[in-house]
Design a protein around this ligand. Sequence first.
Ligand code: ATP
Length: 302
Amino acid sequence: MSLIVQQVTKFYGRQKALEDVSFHIRKGEVVALLGPNGAGKSTMMKIISCYLRPTSGKIVVCGFDTATRPIDVKKCVGYLPENNPLYHDMYVKEYLLFVAGVYRLGKAAAKRVDEVIDMTALTDEHKKTIGALSKGYRQRVGLAQALIHDPEVLILDEPTSGLDPNQLAEIRALIKEIGRSKTVILSTHIMQEVEAVCNRAVIINKGKVMADAPTSELPLMNRSGSVLSVEFDRDVELDQVKKIKGVVEVLQETPRTFKLYSERDSDIRADVFNFAREKELVLLTLSSKHQSLEDVFRDVTR
Ligand code: ATP
């Protein structure tokens, strides 16, 4: 097991950021920490990287307890913080040699810096100052510094935020490649990123774990039960649709199209049909909707 998080709670003064959070990550997994703004993702990542102490609970990284062996934890963790703080006046190679020095790589430093420059495809840009790089390339420098000591676990806090679509695709491909040999935990709000890069997602909301499952299984975890897409031939009042027997919640997409949520295992198709007949509406569409990861996210963080 690369990471064990056990009943972690964190208060900033009176502000609760995490409450009784537990999850495990096996070696080689690429796991998304998913949640809306303020959910506690960055706090969790800072705690795992030993930049913050939890108020209570236990974290074990690569067999080392963060409370008693923080130096050993830092040796096996590479951390790319949110907003990727870098020294903009330094040259790329100079900065990476500096980071290698912090990790006391000694004589191995120069070779390792060349390796990570190659790994993160920074070769063409490595003679520039960091301030002169595009945001995508700066993100590569952030990844390179996180990889410099060849850590087993990589923690990436919103690694693709603010990137254009091309840079986004490149950084995602790079993370996927890195994920072949390392355990990766990344935080994001972007569902496509989770589907493209991660094999598991832990969804947190208001400091609590709401779901933890392989990304392929999350869409099956719909708590609201079934979802039906319905289209009528003319406009219908939302309040009327809400009264259909068995409907728990309604999402109005257009004046004529709705998503109807019902309890798990209940089949409300006959009730929708009867509703349409009573109101003299023609039912143009009545289909079960496949749950996307985004639906699940909205469902569990609502
Ligand atoms: P985002 O997606 O916006 O980055 P997040 O999921 O990373 O959010 P955190 O930054 O961990 O969330 O914040 C969790 C909660 O803790 C929020 O309510 C936030 O305001 C609070 N918080 C974070 N850092 C501090 C701090 N240094 N002092 C006080 N409260 C804080």
